[in-house]
Design a protein around this ligand. Structure first.
Ligand SMILES: Cc1cc2nc3c(=O)[nH]c(=O)nc-3n(C[C@H](O)[C@H](O)[C@H](O)COP(=O)(O)OP(=O)(O)OC[C@H]3O[C@@H](n4cnc5c(N)ncnc54)[C@H](O)[C@@H]3O)c2cc1C
Length: 499
């Protein structure tokens, strides 16, 4: 049995662990880092390129992000971009596609125009695309299978020329390779090594136990996805949290239907990403639709076992039952969950999915796409037992004793370098080490890479034109309008006003 000592041990070699190893090696004077990964390679779970949507979630087209959240994700998303450009990974790890949020029907169009006005200061590169412009940019979004224009009003709020897409699997590998290149730091990666237990050492730091070896570290960060909470519970931390694994699957077309990313508007009541179509960088740019959202009683997709780990990590009790009940009480969520369950049933799934995907591509045909076997992953959504509700986004347990556990559902890959920065600051403070903040800011956080397109004023003129056209149509058909009670005031407000 070998014994190894490190200043910092990172459990998990997905994109979160890899980003932390890179930042610690390059921007601090920490001398030794051990990365322990249970599988045979880096990023075989959720960070793998086929597991996630490959999107840099900036907050510009993600309609469920508040302005506040978007300003945070914009910064961390830029870090991914800057990292990739600094190492010249263009068209190898990072890719540029046009992208847009698509509004279909008048409510959604007005919602998007409103959102555009509110967010355009934060994202001055955003443009407003009417149907005519969309015919040019994304013809399959406008025309049906007979070449006829779709009847509904549509608008796209989007951009061309930004970095939009990342193979997060390759990025994880590059982060660890680059960390290893840092001369003053020893970075060791242990593959096929599952951490079974972490214990407080009697002398200092922690003892990290695996089947064959024992490792010692002054500080341990657990970036093990859903298993972070599993290991935390084992040590008595985070007992007020439970993990709800939500699997996401995809459907792949047999050709390139879309030129860029097309995101639908997200209903904020639904905690999981809205359906979108993306050019898949690992499938010759063929369009990948998804992800779906299905609750699965296991912590890892396409890997054997982890059913028992699920039950242990859920920590099912009355509070969890209430949290789940509250979730299912919402009719939107109930029908969404049921529908997503049907998306996994062979034969039925394609037909049902077709209906949803046709909101993006109205002329989509059954023989144009297939269930993408082997694609998709699991989002470890965290349930707060005390508040009896599902926490949206990422969750961390800072024990205050040289130990951190991170759970990272979407957009965890985009925020990998931002999350690592947060952990790095804590680690250097705890260990009394130094952080080269200037170099960090210079390399990862400053500067714009994409030129701004048309001036905002002309875009606003486009907004007003579309509004005027809607007003004219409304006037014309006023007599036929049936006034009903709006069931949801969401569409009348920009998402940032929803708390
Ligand atoms: C369907 C879907 C779509 C998504 N789309 C996007 C997107 O477009 N953009 C975005 O930013 N994010 C997206 N995400 C989220 C993103 O994929 C994750 O947030 C991110 O990959 C998490 O990285 P991670 O390193 O924290 O976890 P993981 O990638 O899950 O890595 C955890 C690692 O820990 C290892 N491990 C676990 N237990 C142990 C143990 N006991 N000992 C040793 N090692 C262990 C695992 O083997 C694994 O390698 C998506 C997720 C899903 C499921």
């Amino acid at each position: 049995m070998a014994i190894k000592n490190f200043e910092v041990i990172i459990v998990g070699a997905g994109v979160s662990g890899a980003a932390l190893a890179y930042e610690l090696a390059r921007y601090t004077d920490i001398n030794s880092i051990g990365i322990i990964e249970k599988y045979e390679d880096i990023a075989t779970l959720n960070s793998c390129g086929t597991s996630n949507s490959q999107t840099i979630h900036v907050g510009d087209i993600e309609t469920n992000y508040t302005l506040e959240k978007a300003s945070i994700t914009k910064r961390t998303a830029k870090m991914v971009e800057k990292y990739c450009l600094q190492h010249h990974y263009q068209n190898e790890i990072i890719f540029s596609h046009q992208k847009m949020a698509l509004g279909v029907g008048e409510k959604e169009v007005e919602f998007l125009l409103h959102r555009y006005e509110e967010f355009s200061e934060l994202f001055p590169y955003l443009e407003v695309w009417d149907k005519e412009k969309l015919k040019e940019l994304e013809p399959r979004v406008v025309f049906d299978e007979n070449g006829k224009e779709r009847p509904e009003r549509i608008v796209g709020i989007g951009t061309i020329g930004q970095w939009t897409t990342v193979d997060f699997g390759k990025m994880s590998k590059s982060l660890i390779e680059n960390a290893k290149k840092e001369e003053d730091t020893e970075v060791e990666l242990f593959l096929n090594t599952q951490v079974l237990d972490i214990e407080k050492s009697k002398k200092r730091g922690y003892v990290v136990k695996t089947e064959n070896d024992t490792y010692y570290a002054d500080f341990v960060v657990v970036d093990a996805g859903a298993h972070s909470l599993f290991l935390a519970h084992q040590m008595g931390f985070g007992l007020e949290l439970g993990c709800l694994p939500v699997a996401g699957s995809f459907y792949m077309t047999n050709q390139k239907l879309l030129n860029g990313k097309v995101y639908m508007i997200q209903n904020p009541k639904l905690p999981f990403a809205a359906l979108h179509g993306d050019p898949d960088v690992l499938a010759d740019g063929n369009t990948r639709f998804g992800p779906t959202a299905l609750m699965l009683p296991k912590l890892e997709r396409y890997k054997p076992g982890t059913y028992m780990d699920f039950w242990k990590t859920l920590r099912f009790d009355g509070k969890i039952a209430t949290a789940l009940w509250k979730l299912l009480k919402e009719s939107d969520i109930r029908s969404y969950i049921f529908r997503n369950f049907l998306f996994e049933i062979p034969f039925l799934n394609k037909r049902l999915f077709l209906k949803d995907a046709r909101k993006i591509v109205p002329g989509l045909k059954l023989d144009e796409f297939e269930y993408a076997k082997g694609f998709g992953g699991i989002r470890p959504q965290v349930l707060d037992k005390d508040k009896q509700k599902l926490m949206l986004g990422e969750a961390s347990i800072f024990t205050g004793e040289g130990l951190i556990f991170n759970m990272t559902p979407s957009p965890g890959a985009t925020s990998c370098l931002g999350n690592a920065e947060r952990d790095l600051k804590y680690i250097v403070q705890y260990l009394g080490k130094n952080f080269d903040k200037d170099r960090f800011n210079d390399e990862l956080t400053e500067g714009e890479y994409c030129a701004l397109p048309e001036p905002i004023a002309s875009q606003k003129a486009m907004v007003n034109l579309i509004r005027a056209e809607i007003a004219r149509t409304e006037e014309k058909y006023m007599e036929n309008v049936v006034h009903g009670k709006p069931d949801d005031d969401f569409w009348d407000k920009p998402s940032s006003k929803l708390k």
